[in-house]
Unconditional design. Sequence first.
Length: 595
Amino acid sequence: MVPAADLVVLPYQSLLSKSSRESLGLNLKNSIIVIDEAHNLADSLTSMYDAKITSSQLECVHSHIEKYFTRFCNRLGPGNRRYIQTLMVLTRAFLQTLDNKKDLSNVNNCRVEEIDADMKAVCDTSIAINDFLFSCNIDNINLVKLVQYIKESNLVHKVSGYGERVLASSQEGLALNRNGGCGEEGSTLSSFRALVDMLISLTNNDGDGRMIISKMRSTCSGLQGGFLKYVMLTGEKIFSEIVDEAHAVVLAGGTLQPIEETRERLFPCHIVPPESILPIAVSRGPSGQSFDFSYSSRSSLVMIKELGILLCNLVAVVPEGIVVFFSSFEYEGQVYDAWKKLGILERVMKKKRVFREPRSNSDVELVLKEYKETINGLSSGTKEDGARHNGAVLLAVVGGKISEGINFSDGMGRCIVMVGLPYPSPSDVELMERVKYIESLGEPNCGKHPEISVGEHYYNGDVQTAFSILRSCRRRGKEYYENLCMKAVNQSIGRAIRHINDYAAILLVDMRYASDSSKRSFSHPTNKLPLWIKDRLVSATNNYGEVHRLLHHFFKYNKRVPIECAGEKSTSIEEAMVGRQFGKFGVARAGSRES
């Protein structure tokens, strides 16, 4: 029935449980999944995969397995006999873990109040899966194969069915049946299912959940049974299987806020692995000069020269292509002419060819073609030029055609350099009128005819007047102005890393990217970077040596990974994950301290 349906409506459990989907014949491939009331999704995922088994259920299961094994031992093959004996070892180990008689020998006469207040804390403990297996001395058992055997042999129904028949025909069975078979937890079959669920839970990754051990405890009414419970902490692995199989997944709901928690619990990792991207906030150049590309300082010859020295260092350590983004064509031209006079351009061209984004859109394709051919010539070895150069540099402009519509994947963009913060020109009269209008939207009378209360009603394009208007804005106008800048930054640096196997470094060259946010009138620019870049941002505030060392290790690692065998690559990736904290390179992530 399900394969023929165009629309299938079902509860969370039937969708999220793999076994339920298989039993229903539900194939998610190329399906569009809409999950309503998605604010409950993360909690539903984790609670569904919790597992619990009590001491009375364990005693019931252990007793039934022993009787079954005693009765059919001679008829069982070697493999069946070994698996059943393994099950008995497991149930016995679990029972011994819950046995707390020695610890409880001196509390039998305690008052109920004392037991309720203190014994729960004493007897309940949490432990990681691997630690639990070691403490039970069952770490040498292959639980995956054991669970597979239980399912394929239908052992649960065989043992529970035989055990119930034996109990029903005996005086002991009559007494047990009056008490519910295996205690208050239900039938023998449900006890076996609880054990299987627990074994499946123990095959999860060590960090996916925790084991809670509640040992048997003494109360004034007698001995209270304990239990083992597996608590799933993350639903990422389960949900990723659904996302990978489906064509699209829509999370819907009128109360999804706070959405950040849902995102972190279900999608904690970006598709781009952390070792494939290196974003750095570069506040100082190789000569120790602080980078300040604000409107009043960017035309300084000292600043332009320091940027050129930085590029001379980059062409020596970065392979293939470097794309440098400037705030405007005018500033790019000013920098290019200065580099030419200072001899910096000549130094750069000894290592890489230099291309410039043309003002005319019709010429962009030709420049990009030559730039790409230069990069491709390095790997193919067809270019005579490849002997002299190790790649190319493309000088581009934020807001131009290259920054918005061209993908610099692989070698075309191994390093993206963002020069300064490309705020829109404050001399733009239309822009300032929009800023004033947006700032006024927070006022009471902004519905029909908003009265502009920010700055002067008359604005003639004067830069200082524009800055006065921005300073007088309380929030909305400033935020709109900064958002225009950061949207342009994100659009430009997003030209790199175009697929899962790509890698690139991103340099944000300006001390404002690494400055203390408490000293800024606007919100900190790095807060508006994409999360997958912001979370990995390195703030290099001391000297350029940190930057050069990080770039050297980054490209050295990514150059050797593709040609290594699987085992060696695994080790290197583990090292890279450690390097994500940059402890081994001696640099702390943004927002953290150096150790």
